[in-house]
Ligand binder design. Structure first.
Ligand code: MV4
Length: 448
């Protein structure tokens, strides 16, 4: 087992990793930038190393400085959290080559999933349903037009190096395709340094359903059910729930089995997530795979009782998976609201600053993952997540009423937050009835 682990991250996820390390009896080493000197992850870790100025490039994204800190601290392994370097295969490779264990999948597997064309090809070959299209790069407009013609419009153009909605273009007619193809290629080349594009049939009103996976170093892979992530705005998730109101036990089994088959085919290990789109008829299609622990992992922890971060660490240390598929049961219903320091009345502009009053909701079925407290100043350099409010109820109805009262009880003064916007969502009849898709927020905003 590891004796000491470095956390290459900040904020609530750094704390979350420290909790798991403490429970496992492993020493924790925090790294921090100048802006995070008074942060809780620095206080709660056994050791803390200042690695640079506030700019992410010089601190949490700086591979050389992080490796130096790991060497100085004499750690066995590095946990990347989410964001920053968590899905950077070069970082994973440098960690491995420097003699540390990377708490995540092997760098080659991460690199393969980072290439969205390669990922799709691997999943198609493994027998996982993928979005209709061609899983090879399309180099010219004429080829794109031919493919779209045989598939039928609308189609969507995506960047091989993209993901998370970056560099996507929809085309509803050949004219739009001609134009958008050129725009997408220029954009992909400029923002990713990789101009490769691919094309898929565009699903008009999809749900975003993702499957949580755990795989060990010995080829055992299990799934922990799904998360419904359709409540998002400009590709930023606002609220997630598990189980999905659109997935029953039979469908869960079917998608879960497909995801496990895909993960086994690529030799996946650690925690990972397969993202699917589900159309209105309940057909599901692989979209991409996330090779990190995700922001929304707590809702899966709430309904399965499995500590995902602890499992990641045990797997990385070479332990056999403690759970078999039959050990996994989904109990109750969990919802997460991501509370950001943003002003919903100002197009969600970031609102960093000092928190003057912080009152958390409590009571049964309420979990709050946060790094903030009264007197803490949210720095302007990083993402604007203030707290994750996670509630669990016996069923969806109870979870929603618990979320609503918890949002009403949550007091965060001194800054603007997205709490009022979350209240609008939980009070919306379509959210309450579970009638949601990826366009829900757009529709809600149009209603005024
Ligand atoms: C799609 C799609 C419809 N059809 N692909 C957005 C994020 C990136 N991972 C892929 N995305 C989409 N791909 C096909 N073939 C619709 C989206 C999409 C979306 C997906 C999940 C959650 C929110 C979304 C919002 C807009 C578009």
């Amino acid at each position: 087992m590891f004796k000491r682990v470095l956390i290459a991250n900040r904020g609530e996820i750094a704390l979350r990793v420290i909790y798991a390390l403490k429970e496992l009896g492993i020493e924790s080493v925090a790294i921090y930038s100048e802006a995070d000197e008074h942060s809780l992850h620095v206080q709660f870790a056994d050791y803390a190393i200042r690695i640079g100025p506030p700019s992410p490039q010089d601190s949490y994204l700086n591979i050389a400085r992080i490796i130096s800190a790991a060497e100085v601290a004499g750690v066995d392994a590095i946990h990347p959290g989410y964001g920053f370097l968590a899905e950077n295969p070069e970082f994973a490779q440098v960690v491995e080559e420097s003699g540390f264990v990377f708490i995540g999948p092997p760098s080659e597997v991460m690199a393969m999933m980072g290439d969205k064309i390669e990922a799709k090809r691997a999943m198609r070959e493994a027998g996982v349903p993928v979005l209709p299209g061609v899983d090879e790069p399309i180099w010219d407009v004429d080829k794109a037009l031919k493919i779209a013609d045989s598939m039928g419009y609308p189609v969507i153009i995506k960047a091989a190096a993209g993901g998370g909605g970056r560099g996507m273009r929809i085309a509803r007619t050949p004219e739009e395709l001609e134009n958008n193809f050129k725009v997408a290629r220029a954009e992909a080349a400029a923002s990713f340094g990789d101009p490769r594009l691919y094309i898929e049939k565009y699903i008009q009103k999809p749900r975003h359903i993702e499957i949580q996976l755990l795989g060990d170093k010995y080829g055992h892979v299990i799934h922990l059910g799904e998360r419904e992530c359709s409540i998002q705005r400009r590709h930023q998730k606002l609220m997630e729930e598990s189980p999905s109101p659109a997935v029953d036990a039979k469908l869960r089994e079917k998608i879960g089995r497909a995801a496990v088959k895909g993960a086994k085919a690529i030799g996946y290990q650690s925690a990972g997530t397969m993202e699917f789109l589900m159309d209105e008829d309940g057909n599901f299609y692989f979209m991409e795979m996330n090779t990190r622990i995700q922001v929304e992992h707590p809702i899966t922890e709430m309904v399965t009782g499995i500590d995902l971060v602890k499992q990641q660490i045990l797997i990385a240390a070479g332990e056999k998976l403690e759970y078999k598929q039959g050990d996994v049961t989904i109990t109750g219903h969990a919802i997460e609201a991501r509370i950001n320091a943003e002003d919903p009345d100002m197009d969600f502009a970031p609102f960093p600053g000092k928190i003057t009053l912080f009152h958390k909701p409590g009571g049964p079925g309420v979990r709050i993952d946060t790094h903030v407290f009264a007197g803490y100043t949210i720095p302007p350099y990083y993402d604007s997540l203030v707290a994750k409010l996670i509630v669990k109820g016996r069923d969806r109805k109870e979870a929603i009423s618990r979320l609503r009262r918890s949002l009403e009880e949550f007091i965060i003064d001194g800054i603007r937050t997205t709490i009022p916007f979350h209240l609008k969502i939980v009070e919306h009849p379509d959210f309450v009835s579970g009638n949601i898709d990826t366009h829900f927020i757009e529709r809600m905003n149009k209603e005024g």
